[in-house]
Design a protein around this ligand. Structure first.
Ligand SMILES: NC(=O)c1ccc[n+]([C@@H]2O[C@H](COP(=O)([O-])OP(=O)(O)OC[C@H]3O[C@@H](n4cnc5c(N)ncnc54)[C@H](O)[C@@H]3O)[C@@H](O)[C@H]2O)c1
Length: 258
């Protein structure tokens, strides 16, 4: 097949959870530029509608829907709405994340809330959307985890800042998502569904200057991730160009952990 055709997402219906967030917007942009029809969904409908409208004004085929992945009924409603409006789903980017825990010493209830959304909720939306993709004849699922799901925190990145240490729940559920990817790839063997994971490094978002300086010193590429960096990987894994990549976790950290 011609290489442009292999990478094309024309005719594919793609759901991006948390698509109005920091990495979500970059992912949506890349997939839309490759020709996909994108549904962005998260808790805050007004925010996803606003994001969808911004992309539609640029000529992309983008739709907004509401979902709280911590609520099973809400997940089922999203699935029903996708079937009603599009009749199928080809690709699911499992990108949403909630951050109820801010540091190590917070009440354990915050850890439990995080697990409810980021572990149980993530599994719930994955199972429902994988079912829909299977009913549509197959497709691709991409989990967005983090380099923090593969490595312990480098606390020296926070030296000289008042950012505090990163919270423990994040390290727990990002790591779980990476291995759940391998599990799902095996479960869906023979059903034409590929399941992969991308583990990005930190996206530059005007973090404190000292943090950015500490961080960038450790990255061979010499910078934090920018808004273009994740786009190519998303299109590769979502399209036919990635047809023989399955059950993988791809670290995208500029070489920080090489
Ligand atoms: N930002 C980074 O530097 C960075 C680095 C590595 C990995 N990541 C990963 O990228 C992904 C996105 O992170 P981000 O930084 O863009 O986050 P973000 O906070 O900017 O966006 C998260 C999105 O998830 C949505 N969300 C939260 N709870 C939800 C729920 N219960 N139901 C549905 N949607 C919900 C939010 O509304 C938001 O749209 C995550 O998987 C994260 O682990 C981010």
């Amino acid at each position: 097949m011609n290489i442009n055709k292999l990478f094309s997402l024309k005719g594919k219906t793609i759901l991006v959870s948390g698509g109005a967030g920091l990495y979500g917007k970059c992912i949506v942009e890349g997939l839309a530029e490759a020709g996909g029809t994108i549904i962005i969904a998260s808790r805050n409908l007004a925010k996803v509608v606003e994001t969808a409208n911004q992309f539609r004004n640029q000529g992309y085929d983008i739709y907004a829907m509401q979902v709280d992945q911590g609520d099973h009924t809400s997940v089922l409603n999203l699935k029903a709405e996708i079937i009603k409006q599009f009749g199928r789903l080809d690709v699911f980017i499992n990108n949403a994340v909630a951050r109820p825990m801010k540091g190590y010493n917070e009440p354990i209830e915050h850890f439990a809330e995080s697990m409810h959304i980021n572990a149980t909720g993530s599994m719930d939306i994955l199972r429902e959307m994988c079912g829909l993709i299977e009913d549509s004849g197959g497709g691709s699922v991409i989990n967005i985890a983090s380099m923090m799901g593969m490595h312990g925190p480098d606390l020296s990145n926070y030296d000289g800042t008042d950012m505090g240490w990163p919270p423990p729940d994040y390290f727990f559920h990002r790591a779980g998502l990476i291995n759940l990817t391998r599990y799902l790839a095996k479960i869906f063997a023979g059903k034409n569904i590929r399941v992969n994971c991308v583990s990005p490094g930190g996206l530059f978002n005007y973090q404190p200057k000292q943090f950015v300086e500490n961080y960038c010193k450790k990255v061979p590429v010499g910078r934090m991730a920018n808004t273009d960096d994740i786009k190519g990987l998303m299109v590769l894994l979502a399209s036919e160009a990635g047809a023989y990549i399955n059950g993988q976790n791809i670290l995208m950290d500029g070489g920080m952990h090489a």
